[in-house]
Design a protein around this ligand. Sequence first.
Ligand SMILES: Cc1ncc(COP(=O)(O)O)c(C=O)c1O
Length: 366
Amino acid sequence: MSERIFLSAPHMGGNELKYIEKVFQSNYIAPLGEYVNKFEQSICEYTGAKNALALNSGTSALHLALRVLGVGEGDDVLASTFTFIGSINAILYQNANPVFIDSDEESWNLSPILLNKYLVSCEKKPKALIVTHLYGQSAEIQKIADICKFHGVYLIEDAAESLGAMYDGKHTGTFGDFGVYSFNGNKILTTSGGGMLVSENKEWIDKARFYSTQAKEPYVHYEHKEYGYNYRMSNVLAAIGVAQMEVIEERVAKKREIFSWYREFLEDTEGISFMPELPNSRGNRWLTALTFENKNPQTVMQALELINVESRPLWKPMHMQPLFAGAKNFLDGTSEKLFDKGLCLASSTTMSKEDVVKICKAIQSV
Ligand SMILES: Cc1ncc(COP(=O)(O)O)c(C=O)c1O
């Protein structure tokens, strides 16, 4: 059996071990240290974010964003229904109520039209919106940001999957009050696990930093007026992150190339539609995602499994999850349709064109 092809395998850039060795030489393998600062700086330089905070996960970053914005018990928080649970759990940590908004067909991401309709008609004004840039493709983020501003709703961008994606030449994650990136094992860059919180607002990032290190007041003894978390990234993992950032543009280019190969070989197969890219945007094509009109995605998955290739259904919308039975939502059926017909194809940056051809042939044979 040939070697397994994964959805999105980790891919080291080259300098990771060198930087880890430097960390060991300094003896500073403890949390924090030189590479944490360097990693934060490299994210700011690359994305144009003003302030960054390196954390142990993207989920922690989302949680801190909500905490800093004062989202608490009983507050409504809007969110993309078509997303991964990591986007939503933080709302539950704050004892707030998620309200799920559907996608549109133009972007597969949160629909600005539905968002606006909801905000115009809702009885209880939500405190914030968490919008996901799904599979690395930008949402209609400028429109969404304008709507949030108009209605006085904080905007948090879940850019966990979309580092390197841009809209109107500006990086996803830098339009909202906060942006969040993830460096989980399967992301475009990985530190094995990690996250980054970014914001224009330095005070907010400072406050998030304070909460992320057990909310220690500035005294020599440990004084506490508020509760915090142990959410910081370690210097060792940040060293991996710094090396990974050196190849981010290469990784985006390769992901986009893999997508273009899939398109080339599947374009003429009837009933296939790829996740769109908004005209004024550049997605990172973290995962090539598509829908089938004439094939059962589960049968396609089985055919790919037979040749030892990983694939995955599109995210099951949050409003369909048993956990959120009874949650408020504003839907038009788009995400349910996508879930029913869609699949994510293997998009590891180590893949060759031959790998993609093999996968496409298996799809066509179904
Ligand atoms: C859309 C989305 N949001 C949030 C997360 C959570 O990130 P992390 O795994 O770093 O906590 C992920 C990925 O895992 C994700 O894909």
